[in-house]
Each structure stands twice: as structure tokens, then as C-alpha cells.
Design a binder for this molecule. Structure first.
Ligand code: HEC
Length: 217
């Protein structure tokens, strides 16, 4: 039986050696378009541009942001004459106004007069103007129960603010309270707040007026 060309082909395919297969494959490989090696230039340049933007951006922020500290940031600084750059050093009380307006104002009001029967006044208050040892304690751990302010008994609760405010913010806010609305008492330093904070670190509850009267003078 003589083989047809077709069956010849099949025969050849069936007994194709590894060698011949590899040859065929090698030929096929040759015709493939060459693979591009590495990255193309445009995305690489964009990546570099982005990296340098982030790099310079972070250096700029590190230099000029002052760590975004609200105590340092002062939008009222005089920028009118760039030549005569004069750093206006704000007093504790001036810095404290921001803290007061952020925190204390909701209850004690912008006038410092509070709200009768709810929030006692800070204006002319013997507590606000008295021993800072007591005022700092009130702000750190809060106040609960009856307290006589300017002859009127107030019986409410002031929440502790020691967790939310830093020593410096507390010192500034109290300094503001003690010198605003005609009040005229000494400034309070952050070191003093730190000292009281350390002394009362184990305290977990609000102060009472009775307790505070035993502290300081
Ligand atoms: C959530 C309301 C509230 C906030 C916020 C608040 N207080 Fe008070 N504060 C009170 C109340 C209420 C009392 C009286 C508590 C009582 O009756 O026992 C009080 C009492 C005081 C007193 C003693 C009494 C007086 O009138 O002098 C001082 C001082 C004081 N607060 C200062 C501050 C300062 C400073 C801040 C901000 C750092 C502040 N308070 C934030 C509600 C508040």
C-alpha cells in the first residue's frame, strides 16, 4: 500500500524529533517582534518629576510650617513691610485668646460673664483671679458641685480639659482669663501647669470647691 502525500505528512509529524521541533520553534521565535527592554521614557520622567515634587514639598513644609502649631501660627503678624520684618512676640494672654475661643468660650462666653445659674463668670471672679494652683486644677480635672463665685452659688459640672489641652495651651488660656475684661492678675507659666499635672497625675475625678479651698491660698 503506497502512502499518499497526506499520510506522509502525518507520518513525518508523528515521528518529528525533539531536534526538529526545536528548530521550528527557533524559527518562529526569530520572526517575533523584538521585546522592548526596560521602561519607556515618559512614565519614568513623570515618576521622577513626582518624586522631586514630593521631596521639595516636604522640605518646604519642614522649613515653613512650624509643625502647624496653633500656638506659633499667627495670621496677624505684620507682613506690610517685607524689608522691616519685625517678629511680633505675642504675650501668653494674646496666645491664650485662641485657646479660650476654641474651648472655654462655649460655656463662659466671649464676655467672660458665663450664663447665670449654669456657667459662673470669670470676670472679677475670686477663683479666676485667685491662686493659679486652683485654676490650673479646675482646668486639668474639671469641677463638680456647689461653688460660690462673687457671692452667688453655682452648682454644675465643668468637664476636665487636661487630656485635650497641652500645658502651654492651659497656661495661655488662664493667662488670658486673668488679664481680660478688666481682670488683672499674674500670668501662668507652662512649667507651673506641668508641675500641677505631675502632682495630680493619679487623680481621676473632678475637684470640688471645698477641696480646692484647702490648696493654695
Ligand atoms: C463645658 C462648659 C465649660 C467649659 C468648656 C469650661 N468651663 Fe469653666 N466652668 C464651667 C462650669 C459649669 C463651672 C462651675 C462648675 C460648678 O458649678 O461646680 C466652671 C468653673 C470655672 C472656674 C471657677 C469658677 C469661676 O467662675 O471663676 C474657672 C476659673 C473656669 N471655669 C475656667 C475655665 C477655663 C479657663 C476654661 C477653658 C480652658 C473653662 N473654664 C472651660 C463650665 C465650663
Amino acid at each position: 500500500m503506497s502512502a499518499t502525500p497526506d499520510s506522509n505528512f502525518r507520518l513525518e509529524q508523528a515521528c518529528a524529533s525533539d531536534d526538529s521541533i526545536q528548530q521550528v520553534h527557533a524559527q518562529l521565535q526569530k520572526t517575533k517582534p523584538e521585546k522592548t527592554n526596560g521602561y519607556s521614557m515618559l512614565p519614568l520622567a513623570l515618576l521622577g518629576l513626582m518624586c522631586s515634587a514630593i521631596f521639595f514639598g516636604s522640605i518646604y513644609l519642614a522649613h515653613y510650617s512650624l509643625r502647624f502649631d496653633p500656638l506659633v501660627y499667627n495670621e496677624h503678624a505684620n507682613r506690610a513691610k517685607p524689608g522691616a520684618a519685625k517678629v511680633v512676640a505675642l504675650t501668653r494672654a494674646q496666645l491664650g485668646k485662641k485657646v479660650f475661643n476654641m474651648t472655654c468660650i462655649t460655656c463662659h462666653q466671649a464676655t467672660g460673664l458665663g450664663q447665670a445659674g449654669l456657667y459662673p463668670p470669670l470676670v472679677g471672679s475670686e477663683w479666676a483671679l485667685g491662686d493659679p494652683e486652683r485654676v490650673v486644677r479646675i482646668v486639668l480635672h474639671g469641677l463638680n458641685g456647689p461653688i460660690t463665685v462673687k457671692g452667688t452659688v453655682n452648682n454644675n459640672v465643668m468637664a476636665p480639659l487636661g487630656e485635650t489641652l497641652k500645658d502651654e495651651q492651659i497656661a495661655n488660656a488662664i493667662s488670658y482669663v486673668r488679664s481680660e475684661w478688666g481682670n488683672n492678675a499674674s500670668e501662668v507659666e507652662p512649667e507651673m501647669v506641668a508641675k500641677v499635672r505631675a502632682e495630680t497625675a493619679s487623680r481621676k475625678t473632678y475637684w470640688t470647691a471645698e477641696e480646692l479651698l484647702k490648696i493654695g491660698k
